[in-house]
Design a protein around this ligand. Sequence first.
Ligand code: ARG
Length: 589
Amino acid sequence: MRVEELFIPHIQKFLKENYQKEIETFEFQQTRKEFSGDVTLVVFPLLRHIKTNPVILAESIGEHLKAHVNIVTGFNVIKGFLNLELSDDFYLNVLDNIFEDKTFGKQDQKAQKVMVEFSSPNTNKPLHLGHMRNITLGYAVAQILDFAGYEVFKTQIINDRGIHICKSMLAWEKFGHEETPESAKMKGDHLVGKYYVRFDIAYKKEIQELKDKGIPEDEAKAKAPILLEAQDMLKRWEAGDERVVALWQKMNKWVYEGFEKTYKRMGVNFDKNYYESDTYLLGKDIIKKGLEKGVFYRRPDNSVWIDLSDEGLDEKIVLRADGTAVYMTQDIGTAVKRVDDFGIDKMIYTVGNEQDYHFKVLFLILEKLGYEWAKDLYHLSYGMVDLPSGKMKSREGTVVDADDLMQDMMLTAKEISDEHGKIDSFDEDKKNELYNMIGLGALKYFILKVDPKKRIVFDPQESVDFQGNTGPFIQYTHARIQSILRQFDGDLSLKTEGYKLDEKERDLVKILDQFPDVVEQAAAQYSPAVLANYTYDLVKSFNSFYQNLSILGANTEQQKLFRVKLSASTARVIKTAFGLLGIEVPERM
Ligand code: ARG
């Protein structure tokens, strides 16, 4: 229960008896740092109902609460703010409750189903830095919503068909000499990605040759033989050509095995995958029906479009002239199928902001098709990630590969940890596990602490710093607390009573107590950043407590017990919060 709820009945009674007013809602806030007190009642809103001087009203409510609520030990009034001071016993009790609540922060079930889509790669190349932001963000949002009481389904749409896939397939057929992940000693997704790049090289060469013959660039791009071949392959795929389908299955399987390893290392998973190859036909059907209803129209070349100029957007293609499906087609089918399959109340698409327009259009199309639930779709859009050396490009094969980046992060973490030299007793496996945890924690936290909309420049060195607003700093604080707990040999089941809190201790209890509200807020805003920055504030508050007061060397047993419980509760909230962000915390570091 939140402490305000203790006061409200008393205030209501007081206002009724003295002013004959029945008031439902009250505005409370944390007392601002510069004033003394713990909780503040904002009196101004009450003046709408009660015509009096705010200071006088605040004083009289304060007197009443002090007389009738035993945890209120004092108060002061600054203008229309009534700052209430709460007793030490109250905070001791708060801490005991936090300490004993093994799922502290977890919210009650909300009876609402939310589907969170993230990652959703194409099967023509490996995952890259942009996916890492996507996956980190989407996974954290899913975890936060789950903890906030929603029933959550993590999903992907795997864009496993289309012209880009045919490009890798064709290049492998032409230049691959039957190469396999085993023969090449490569992860399957990397191997397929190699042929995607290989296609591009051949394509560019052909364009140049055509241009040298005097053919204009646009025409050369459209007529390059290898591109025509890829287009033909797509048609054969859609027609179910056995050889093409078999090749497609073989190469996609390689890719999935590769993705699986990457997801595993990143520590993420999915409840259900959707495949474009399963949903694009449904998309086509829906478009056919929409065409009959007049939602779409057909152009003379046979392609199908929607005109969204009334909504301030333009016209958008939903089926090509040759009848093949486009990216939008499958998204229509996928959305309908997901709602059918799961009866979800809300769906969140974690997709980069270069697709803002696509999602506007998708949601509008679904609305125009008459789907009630179209209004419950949300595009969780995020900005680009750069490395300090420059923008990442996906077409030219100069991407920052996700697997390489994780490996680099691990090595960077190793350098820094070895300098610290606190884990000499670890064997090699344990060390590597720790480096991985730190490296990934650094990367994920760096991404999550900022607003998703912001573009970020990922700086590996800065992210892994053991000081400052970084993942490793927070992980380190967790490990430091664990080391204190290992040294404590008292009985933590005892209650702390009659103990007088230091200001640092009180501040820390207050921050811990905010955790459930922070979870709600992060869930409502789909914002892991809210949770990340809360965790950082918590850790700063803990460190200030830790540097000023001795825990194991406390003056009395009571004091020691309280401080150890406070530390243990802090460690648990760090671990829970980081768990929601998809970041592990070590016991030693
Ligand atoms: N596969 C797409 C890409 O790599 C992203 C898919 C996003 N999700 C969606 N429902 N369209 O660009």
